[in-house]
Design a binder for this molecule. Structure first.
Ligand code: NAD
Length: 542
């Protein structure tokens, strides 16, 4: 239970200064919001997908007008630079733009081929779940919150949103942005607060739950959701590996590997968390990494023109995890070649070598500015090490030979392989994104992000069964040979399979004695053969 008086404070991680607070939602607030959204949702779902897209598009306009306000709040709340915050806004805008343009088509009724059922027609429609609960993380508080909310809305759902308590000021701003579109505001409710509010949201039994967060939280929420059989989609942590193959462009791999490890202070789910380098290029790669890391300036500014590449960590828990992983690695024989020092919430970009898989830094998500580098003997060794993880979000492969890199990429157990770059795949609005293994069970970005908030409802439509329909004849006893002939003629994989059952059907009818019966059977067989010819033509096409 959340106490009535609980408040979440807004703290700037770079300065330690408090700049506001918001009251936590209580259990009663959550239940009331759940009821209100259930009552409002049918009204929203009754609008056409095109109309919903038109209204959601207004949010795009609001966000564009509020760009500087958004980057200022995210900068204060999270510590990332205004530019990094703008990257988030850019990705969000791009998704809203694409989703609004395509959602009416993605959500349109789908015709289903008739198959053997000549006298019926079929189609499937996408139905919203009803009230969707979305629980989000702090690390990309704009881009990991707005696109799923928008997608759920486009699909016709009402939405309950629990932003992260670590980026609570951004959560309050998001609520405000939605309130600036009066047509959307009645269908979204923000529930501010910590894990307890998240739990209250799960207990309120939304019709679908979507969580972006850590594996640990995913496991807790999965158990709770299972109690009520609440459908649960999750995007969880990563331990993304970068593989530098023998034929890699070492300078480029080092430059963009360093960027992938330290961008956003390593606090991205797709950050480079560990690096495996072929022994033939290992020394050159490590030297290049140190050169690039030395250029990676650290500091905080709330100005649009900020010279720093990297800011502070966002909250104390993250600093503690990074320090625990560093300490554990050093105890077990790792060496820090550069960085490692902490001042306030700032930890220097840190390069480590002599690491192995007994160390947390190679097996657990660090989510900080660390780049542990391990030497491997060949591709298979690199693949084996990269796959030695419970998580499988993305992987990075560096090789001048793109076919070689693709061959290696195909053997990695991950949701996305990015060749000769790091992290950039995430910003492609329509490239399916998500993880394998514990990293996730769904895909965001593009069509999948919108359609995942629907279930399919199918329709089978006809007049009452009629006497000339072959699929009605086979409901009657004594039509075994007919059905076998239909199956063979339609789906036979060779001439024998196609013709033999038809021969059996004709031969079987010859056993009939009376002239009348023979005539009736003849008509039946002829119709069946005609029907089969038609089926062959039509069914095999689908
Ligand atoms: P977290 O799991 O601590 O929290 C995520 C959200 O869940 C927060 O809103 C939190 O309040 C809520 N929560 C925590 N415990 C809960 C509980 N028991 N019941 C209900 N709600 C609960 O994660 P975080 O630290 O906010 O985010 C960082 C994690 O998210 C990292 O592991 C990162 O890799 C992952 N992440 C994944 C993706 C992806 O797309 N796969 C994207 C971004 C972040």
């Amino acid at each position: 239970m959340v106490p009535q008086t609980d408040c979440i404070e807004f703290i700037n991680p770079a300065t330690g200064q408090k700049f506001g607070e918001v009251r936590s939602a209580t259990e009663a607030d959550v239940l009331r919001a759940r009821r209100e959204m259930a009552a409002a949702q049918p009204q929203w779902a009754a609008k056409s997908a095109k109309e919903r897209a038109r209204l959601v598009k207004k949010l795009q306009s609001v966000i564009l007008d509020a760009t500087d306000e958004i980057t200022a709040v995210v900068n204060q709340d999270h510590g990332k630079s205004r530019l990094d915050a703008l990257h988030e806004v850019f990705m969000t805008i791009e998704k809203i733009h694409h989703y609004c343009a395509h959602a009416p088509h993605w959500l349109a009724r789908e015709r289903v081929p008739r198959g053997l059922y000549f006298f019926k027609r079929f189609y499937a429609e996408r139905e919203p779940y009803g009230v969707v609960g979305i629980i989000g993380p702090w690390n990309y508080p704009i881009d990991l919150m707005i696109p799923p909310i928008v997608s759920a809305l486009l699909a016709g759902n009402a939405v309950l949103i629990k932003p992260s308590e670590v980026a609570a000021a951004t959560g309050v701003l998001l609520e405000d942005l939605f309130n600036r579109v009066p047509e959307l505001a009645p269908y979204v409710r923000f529930l501010h607060g910590d894990a307890r509010v998240g739990q209250a949201l799960v207990r309120s039994k939304p019709d679908l739950l979507f969580l972006t967060g850590s594996v640990k939280t995913g496991q807790i929420v999965a158990k709770m959701a299972a109690e009520d059989m609440t459908p649960f989609m999750y995007e969880l942590g990563g331990k993304d590996a970068m593989l530098v193959l023998e034929d890699a462009d070492v300078a480029a791999a080092a430059k963009w590997g360093v960027w992938g490890a330290f961008y956003s202070t390593g606090q991205a789910c797709v950050s480079v968390e560990r690096v495996y380098v072929n022994e033939k290029v290992y020394d050159a790669f490590v030297a290049a990494v140190l050169e690039e890391t030395a250029k990676f300036t650290v500091g905080y500014s709330n100005d649009i023109d900020n010279p720093n590449w990297m800011g502070p960590l966002t909250f104390q828990r993250q600093c503690d995890i990074v320090n625990t992983h560093l300490h554990d690695a050093l105890q077990k024989g790792a060496r820090v070649l550069m960085g490692g020092k902490q001042t306030g919430m700032f930890i220097e970009p840190t390069v480590l070598v002599d690491v192995d898989h007994t160390m947390k830094i190679m097996t657990e998500e660090t989510f900080g500015p660390t780049m542990p580098i391990m030497k491997v003997i060949d591709d298979q060794h690199a693949i084996q090490m990269a796959n030695h993880s419970d998580m499988g979000l993305s992987a990075y492969v560096w090789s001048r030979d793109l076919k070689h890199a693709e061959r290696v990429g195909r053997q990695l157990d991950v949701g996305v392989v990015n060749i000769n770059d790091t992290m950039s795949h995430y910003s492609v609005a329509r490239l399916p994104f998500g993880g394998a293994k514990l990293s996730g069970n769904t895909r965001t970005h593009g069509r999948g992000e919108v359609t995942q908030f629907t279930h399919q409802k199918a329709y089978s439509i006809s007049r009452p069964p009629n006497a000339i329909d072959p699929v009605i004849w086979i409901r009657h006893p004594g039509t075994y040979r007919l059905l076998k002939a239909m199956m063979g003629a339609t789906y036979g994989t060779n001439l024998k399979q196609r013709l033999e059952p038809v021969g059996e059907l004709v031969g079987g009818e010859e056993r009939l004695r009376s002239g009348a019966a023979r005539a009736a059977a003849g008509v039946g067989v002829m119709s069946a053969l005609a029907a089969m010819a038609l089926m062959l033509l039509r069914v095999r096409r689908h």
